[in-house]
Design a protein around this ligand. Sequence first.
Ligand SMILES: *[C@@H]1O[C@H](CO)[C@@H](O)[C@H](O)[C@H]1NC(C)=O
Ligand SMILES: *[C@@H]1O[C@H](CO)[C@@H](O)[C@H](O)[C@H]1NC(C)=O
Length: 184
Amino acid sequence: MKGLVFSLALALSVLYVQADVPLQPDFQQDKIQGKWYCLGLASNSSLFRKHAKDHMKDSFTTVLTTTDDGNVNVLTTIPKQDRCEKQNRTYIKTDVPGRFLTKNPRYGEDHVHSVVETNYDEYLLAHSTKSTGRQVFNILTMYSRNEDVSPEVIEKFRALAHKFEIGDDCIVYLEKADKCTSDD
Ligand SMILES: *[C@@H]1O[C@H](CO)[C@@H](O)[C@H](O)[C@H]1NC(C)=O
Ligand SMILES: *[C@@H]1O[C@H](CO)[C@@H](O)[C@H](O)[C@H]1NC(C)=O
């Protein structure tokens, strides 16, 4: 019981921090389904600052599907040296439309994912609050329906990063990968 109260308190405090995170008004979950290209990442994680700029350059794809119970299945395909790595996750819906939870498999803490802004058929900007043990950090993601994205969307993404005090040196733009972008 004590553990339950504690984890509830933790979950509430993680949700509370989200008060600053904007959400797409009138969010329509069925319309975010299908394939997206991830073309931008930004984060205030110190690991990201150190490594992402040098090591991340290929875009990856994510296929979103609404499950029968209203959650979102997130299937990501990431190009690695000689293969395509697939990650299959379920984002659990919350009472707030556009906001989802996952658990950190290693530490059991809640990650909160929010759809900040989307027009459904062109771009989707997402915010996640994650934690690895002690460090809490934000990750912003720029998704596009196509393998490139308009300068206007890039500008929206930059502005969003700046809103979360993430500077241009912690924004990575990913380029079209020559593999792992087909549906298989
Ligand atoms: C992903 O996981 C969900 C449920 O956990 C399952 O229904 C679905 O078939 C999985 N998809 C793939 C491609 O593995
Ligand atoms: C990242 O930003 C969030 C608030 O926007 C803050 O709570 C967190 O401590 C920051 N993390 C790092 C590693 O700077």
